[in-house]
Ligand binder design. Structure first.
Ligand SMILES: Cc1cc2nc3c(=O)[nH]c(=O)nc-3n(C[C@H](O)[C@H](O)[C@H](O)COP(=O)(O)O)c2cc1C
Length: 137
């Protein structure tokens, strides 16, 4: 059986990044992840990126090595980098999701609220709170 893996981090967007660069990154990421069976979310707000990646361990670890050295962001803070038996996003909206506006974020938080007994859901919800309260999209 292939191991399922979760990676979650927050990073600072590079200051020179323009709206168009972010759109291109969003479009590349959702296409690549859907093609490669990677689920999760990517959000850009308050000059930060917040990303959750779930999928095959080997693929995710290789992908994360590329993401870590990508000059479009820095100052990465890793929240999760571990095997999982209960992926959170496997069944979320059926594709890798880009959180593009406050409505998307509210839908995501409502989804995380469905299973309050899951500690990963609760942690992600707490981390998303500042974006929900202060976020600009
Ligand atoms: C914040 C951020 C998140 C990213 N997330 C993904 C991702 O989920 N999947 C992906 O394939 N590339 C993602 N990338 C792009 C990768 O860093 C990299 O550019 C891409 O995988 C192509 O790598 P290559 O040029 O070595 O082939 C992300 C980049 C940034 C800055």
């Amino acid at each position: 059986m292939k191991s399922l893996y979760t990676i979650c981090y927050i990073s600072k967007a590079a200051p020179e990044l323009k709206e168009q660069d972010i759109e291109e990154l969003f479009s590349y990421t959702s296409k690549a992840n859907n093609k490669n069976g990677v689920s999760g979310i990517l959000l850009h707000s308050l000059d930060n990126f917040f990303q959750v990646l779930e999928g095959n361990e080997k693929h995710l670890l290789q992908l994360f090595e590329r993401i870590k050295v990508d000059p479009r962001h820095g100052e990465m803070y890793e929240v999760y980098n571990k095997r999982t038996t209960h992926p959170v996003f496997e069944n979320y909206r059926s594709t890798f999701d880009i959180v593009k506006n406050s409505e998307d974020l509210k839908t995501l938080i409502a989804y995380l609220n469905v299973d309050k007994s899951n500690s990963t859901n609760n942690k992600l919800k707490r981390l998303l709170q500042p974006f929900d309260m202060l976020g600009e999209f």
